[in-house]
Design a protein around this ligand. Structure first.
Ligand code: SF4
Ligand code: SF4
Length: 109
C-alpha cells in the first residue's frame, strides 16, 4: 500500500497521479501529491515505477496505514527499490542484459 511521498524528492511532475489506476492521489497547492484515498490503493507499484525521482514508497505487505519515517526509508535505500528490483532502467544499468531468457529463445531459433 502506498505509504509515503517524499516532499524533498518530488519534482511535482504529476505522473503518479495520472498513472494510478485507483485515483489515490490529489495534489496540494504546491503540486505535491497527497495520499487522499489510501484505502483504494491496489499495491500495484505503478506510481513507484513511473516516478522519475524515486519519491514514493509503497509497502508491499501493508494493508493500511503504517508508521513510516522518511529518513529511515531514505537511509535504507527503499525509495524506488521495487522499480530497481524489476530492472527498470531510467538511467541505471540495463536490468535485462543479464536475463538469460533471451538466450534460451535465441538457442531455440
Ligand atoms: S501502488 Fe498503484 S494503486 Fe497504489 S497509489 Fe501507487 S499506482 Fe495507485
Ligand atoms: S511521480 Fe514522483 S516526482 Fe512526479 S509528482 Fe509523483 S511523487 Fe512527485
Amino acid at each position: 500500500m502506498i505509504e509515503l511521498v517524499s516532499e524533498e524528492r518530488c519534482i511535482r511532475c504529476d505522473i503518479c497521479e495520472r498513472v494510478c489506476p485507483a485515483f489515490v492521489f490529489d495534489r496540494d497547492e504546491t503540486g505535491l501529491p497527497v495520499i487522499a484515498r489510501q484505502d483504494a490503493c491496489q499495491t500495484c507499484f505503478l506510481c513507484e515505477i513511473y516516478c522519475p525521482t524515486d519519491a514514493l514508497y509503497v509497502a508491499e505487505h501493508a494493508h493500511g496505514p503504517v508508521a513510516v519515517d522518511a529518513a529511515a526509508i531514505e537511509a535504507a535505500g527503499l525509495f524506488g527499490s521495487y522499480a530497481r528490483a524489476l530492472g527498470w532502467r531510467r538511467g541505471r544499468a540495463d536490468g535485462t542484459r543479464d536475463d538469460p531468457t533471451h538466450r534460451l529463445r535465441s538457442a531455440q531459433g
